[in-house]
Design a protein around this ligand. Structure first.
Ligand code: ATP
Ligand code: MG
Length: 301
């Protein structure tokens, strides 16, 4: 089967194991429902609609990746789900209850390093636990367990500046998971990491997700990353902003970097590319002003 032959909507006939996996996912309860969500911001006296008519259901322990061009509203959607921002219309339901403000049932990991620099790794993880009423002794034990889970038990007494970028993000994941959230929302958590560390982090995240009863909404610009991690990929667009497609990922699990060249993977990536970088868009690169800081004979091709 070559990538050109794999028509994603037909994969159910071609990949029965994948079709069966999606059938099992569909039978799990819905954790997160987004219904007819709209977000607009006021600007220069007018109103700009970022997205509208966003509706979707996410099932328990599903791994959802959201992709889309810069500015289409991925982070805005994440912030609304976390409860850091209000929707203009529609609703977000977690376990059937409307989301109003942040809560321990939703964990968040951002791109930037958000650990408290003045607290040790363990105290960073303990912080959220104590905020939600855990006694220090209980928080201490649970923080150690979570650090063990992300493979950083040995670093519990280190400070964030003593850790690599990847390690900091593992602590951030431990901190977000420590409150046993129903859903973990991750907004480009690995974007600032080098390619090799990022690849390791994807592996760590897959291992953690297998061990923890948590549903993941993961935002990324990296189409390989989305194709490697996701059960389903939410493709968002602009003008009008909203859901372009919600694609069931046909790449069989368990997955590894070796599958980056499998026909399913390549077909999926092609489909995502077509949405994110339509040919018309890539051909019309904006011309920059003709200011030259070179001498004659200095030309490059
Ligand atoms: N607080 C705000 N006030 C006004 N406009 C905002 C605000 N927050 C976001 N926006 C606008 O909403 C749109 C969506 O922003 P958002 O950050 O959600 O996009 P994104 O898809 O996450 O982009 P990127 O991929 O670059 O992170 C942008 O046009 C942005 O300028
Ligand atoms: Mg963003």
């Amino acid at each position: 089967m070559s990538p050109g032959e794999l028509k994603l909507p037909d994969y159910r006939e071609q990949l029965p194991a994948v079709a069966a996996r999606f059938e099992r996912i569909r039978q799990r309860p819905v954790i997160l429902t987004i219904r007819n969500l709209k977000k607009s911001f006021g600007s220069n006296g007018g109103t700009r609609v970022v997205f509208d008519h966003v509706s979707l259901d996410i099932h328990r322990r599903e791994f959802i990746c959201a992709v889309g061009p810069s500015g289409c509203g991925k982070s805005t959607l994440a912030r609304i789900v976390v409860g850091l921002d209000d929707a203009t219309g529609g609703e977000v339901l977690l376990d059937g209850k409307a989301v109003a403000g942040p809560g321990p049932d939703r964990g968040m990991v951002f791109q930037g390093y958000t650990l408290f620099p003045w607290l040790t790794v363990k105290r960073n993880v303990m912080f959220g636990l104590q905020m939600h009423g855990k006694a220090p002794s209980t928080a201490d034990v649970e923080a150690r367990e979570w650090l063990d889970m992300v493979g950083l038990a040995k670093f519990e007494n280190s400070y964030p500046h003593e850790l690599s970028g990847g390690m900091k993000q593992r602590v951030a994941i431990a901190r977000a998971l420590a409150n046993n959230p129903r859903i973990l929302i991750m907004d480009e958590p690995f974007a600032a990491l080098d390619a090799q560390t990022r690849c390791h982090m994807q592996g760590y995240l897959m291992q953690i997700w297998k061990k923890v009863d948590v549903t993941i909404l993961f935002i990324t610009h990296d189409l390989d990353e989305a194709s490697l991690l996701a059960d389903r990929i939410l493709v968002m667009g602009t003008n009008p902003g909203g859901v372009v497609e919600f694609i069931e990922n046909p790449v069989p699990r368990p997955r590894s970097a070796a599958q980056l060249i499998s026909p399913e993977f390549l077909a999926l990536k092609k489909r995502l590319e077509e949405h994110i970088h339509p040919p018309a868009e890539t051909e019309t690169v904006e011309k920059l002003p003709m200011i030259k800081l070179t001498e004659a004979g200095d030309e490059v091709e």
